[in-house]
Design a protein around this ligand. Structure first.
Ligand SMILES: [Zn+2]
Length: 173
């Protein structure tokens, strides 16, 4: 049986699910995004949303060899809907930066400076208790408005979510 091409609507849905990025957030590839079957095509013989994910060729090879486990790939897929649906792209980038810092400089404080008007970019994480905002006491004011940056500190819940997301474990359980 020859392999039919992936229908355009399914392709769009998969790319939207992944936010037009690789589904595995630790992937640093710069090659083209490609759609892969989680259970091998040879076994399933059909293109189904639930069994497909956007990966780079290298990650796909690591899934095939078992270096990246299939249950982790499924968790990455489940997490995508939550991460891309609930949080802004700014928050996604912040999670990436925090994850990198946790790995490369463990023990260092996990915080970001947030300008007053940027609060809305991180509101999803603040509302979910992943970040807490601290205002610098006696900061600068201009025309009655605070202009000093606030500190956004990552909470324990925030660390847990980021570690789960980047390591292929379900973030909601
Ligand atoms: Zn990859």
């Amino acid at each position: 049986m020859s392999r039919p091409s992936v229908p355009a609507s399914l392709k769009r849905r998969l790319f939207e699910e992944a936010g037009y990025r690789y589904a595995i957030p630790t992937c640093r590839a710069t090659s083209a995004l490609q759609m892969e079957h989680i259970e091998d095509w040879a076994k399933v013989q059909k293109h189904e949303f639930e069994n497909m994910i956007v990966l780079c060729a290298n990650c796909h090879a690591r899934v095939t060899t078992g270096e990246i486990r299939k249950d982790a790939v499924r968790a990455y897929k489940r997490n995508l809907a939550i991460i891309n649906g609930r949080y802004s792209l700014y928050e996604y980038r912040l999670m990436e930066a925090f994850y990198t810092k946790m790995r490369e400089h463990p023990g260092e404080p996990l915080q970001a400076q947030v300008a007053e008007n940027d609060y809305l970019h991180i509101k999803g994480m603040v509302d979910d208790g992943l970040l807490v905002l601290r205002r610098t006491p006696g900061g600068m004011w201009s025309f009655g408005l605070p202009i000093s940056p606030m500190q956004a500190l990552l909470t324990e819940a925030g660390k847990k979510l980021i570690n789960s997301f980047f390591n292929g474990r379900d973030i909601e359980n």
